[in-house]
Design a protein around this ligand. Structure first.
Ligand SMILES: [Zn+2]
Length: 94
């Protein structure tokens, strides 16, 4: 659970098994001063726990993600694995 943050070139998506979604999900980084390595599920914002897997776009197919030019009606951003986006699903409750 340490030292695996090195992204492989061309493998820009960190996926992890989400216990809420009961599947492997793409994660986004949500660093805090206390814990700069936090990543969260793009679907439910559950904190990622467990080993990350770094995948390329082509590999996301197998997980049921469709990554294209944004024509799809999905609300999640699945096109950024770099943290530059910050888009996440609506519903900012708690
Ligand atoms: Zn989730």
């Amino acid at each position: 659970m340490s030292g695996s943050e090195d992204a492989i070139p061309g493998h820009d998506f960190a996926v992890v098994r989400c216990r809420e979604c009961a599947r492997e999900v793409v994660t986004y980084p949500d660093p805090s001063p206390d814990d700069p390595d936090v990543r969260r599920c793009v679907h439910c914002d559950e904190r990622a726990s467990g080993p990350l897997r770094w995948l390329g776009v082509a590999d996301l197919d197998a997980l049921g993600y469709v990554v294209d030019s944004g024509e799809d009606a999905g609300s999640e951003c699945t096109s950024c694995g770099t943290g530059g986006c910050g888009v996440k699903p609506a519903g900012d409750g708690s």
